[in-house]
Design a protein around this ligand. Structure first.
Ligand code: PLP
Length: 376
């Protein structure tokens, strides 16, 4: 039996999402921009998903813009807001542990005349709100901080930082990448004090290739993709109605149980950590108070890829560091003080509330066998 523990990379679409996509493809296949009935039906389906997603984060439907995924949402947030507000204010503040879709975009903006300040964790491996706040000044147009780090599960102090920014420097646009937090922790735009929020469907049992950007009313974001003026001109291109319908169906399914599933994930994380204590040489890289859905460990100096493939031979799927980096070591673990051999042997186990304890047992058994067999 396959043991899938790579849910931070992607999740299995739920039945409801698949059914919604099939219905949209077979029955509501009109172009939502068309003026006839087939178009209207597709439009209504999309409106309904937009409302479900908006409600889930405490927003108005009019503030949700569909994209092809969080990579595009993050690009739109950074490029679009800096284009709107960065003519005179040329500074962008981000955390030093952002996903590549924020980090690389910020690096590109750096080549176009922006100053990018990357805030790192302190010696103790923790982020301090004061460090973000003091990095912002009257020259700053945008601050972007992820809510939950995808490699370690670290929860960044987004609420604290954004509420201080809103009070003291309200002209600064606040953006948060909520990909690994959405449907796992409560994500409400007002509690977060966020002007822009990025979401992705395939991390929450929707389908790959769709995401959303929340844009607070009154906040300006210039388009990156121009054309037929879909999504009120913010993101041109015919919307993927099937993927959007699937996104809405997944949100509808999982929203009512966010709190219960969090509790369940906490118990599963505690269970796994307890088992791991018995395996010599395993070090835990995730903080105790991190998201219970992502557990990063180092396997006694055994190289991640080798261990990953050993586990794969037993049909156990985990990730080395971040799946998005395709085997390239990102600097994120180093930022958290995890370096050298310990970083080279890092594995990311990412669960859902539906993960069974027996699957975690299988993983531990596989890891134990791997630690004995695999050469460093
Ligand atoms: N942001 C974070 C924190 C992620 O973990 C990921 C994907 O792993 C992304 C953004 C990119 O999301 P997408 O695959 O929807 O482009």
């Amino acid at each position: 039996m396959e043991v899938y523990l790579d849910n931070a990379a992607t999740t299995k679409p739920c039945e409801e999402a698949v059914a919604a996509a099939v219905t949209a493809m077979t029955q509501k296949y009109g172009n939502p921009s068309s003026l006839h009935r087939a178009g209207l039906e597709a439009q209504l389906l999309m409106d309904s998903a937009r409302k479900t997603i908006a409600d889930s984060i405490g927003a108005d439907s009019g503030c949700i813009y569909f994209t092809s995924g969080a990579t595009e949402s993050n690009n739109l947030a950074l490029r679009g807001a800096s284009a709107a507000y960065g003519r005179k204010r040329k500074k962008i503040v981000i955390s030093a542990v952002e996903h590549a879709s924020v980090e690389e975009t910020a690096a590109d903006l750096e080549t176009k005349g922006f100053e990018v300040v990357r805030v790192s964790p302190r010696e103790d491996g923790r982020f301090y709100a004061a460090d973000f706040i003091s990095a912002c000044d009257e020259n700053t147009c945008l601050i972007s901080m992820m809510y939950v780090n995808n490699e370690t599960g670290y929860i960044l102090p987004v609420k604290e930082v954004f509420s201080a920014i809103n009070r003291r420097m309200p002209d600064i646009v606040t953006h948060t990448d909520c990909v690994q937090a959405y449907m796992k922790l409560p994500v409400k735009v007002s509690a977060l004090n966020a002007d822009l929020v990025s979401l992705s469907a395939h991390k929450i049992h929707g389908v790959k290739g769709v995401g959303a950007l929340y844009i607070r009313k009154g906040v300006r974001v210039l388009p990156v993709v121009t054309g037929g003026k879909q999504e009120k001109g913010i993101r041109s291109g015919t919307e993927s109605v099937p993927l959007i319908a699937a996104f809405g169906a997944a949100v509808e399914k999982y929203l009512p149980t966010v709190a219960q599933r969090y509790e369940k994930a906490l118990r599963l994380k505690a269970y796994l950590l307890e088992q791991l204590k018995d395996i010599e040489g395993v070090e835990v890289n995730s903080p105790e108070d991190g998201s219970p859905y992502v557990i990063n460990i180092s396997a006694g100096g055994k190289r991640s890829e080798i261990m990953l493939h050993f586990l794969e031979s037993r049909e156990i799927y985990v990730s080395s560091g971040s799946a998005c980096s395709k085997g390239q070591q990102s600097g994120v673990l180093g930022q958290f003080g995890i370096r050298d051999k310990r970083a080279d042997s890092a594995l990311r186990i990412s669960i859902t509330a539906e993960t069974a304890e027996s699957e975690l047992d299988d993983f531990c058994e596989g890891l134990r066998a791997g630690m004995e067999k695999v050469r460093g």
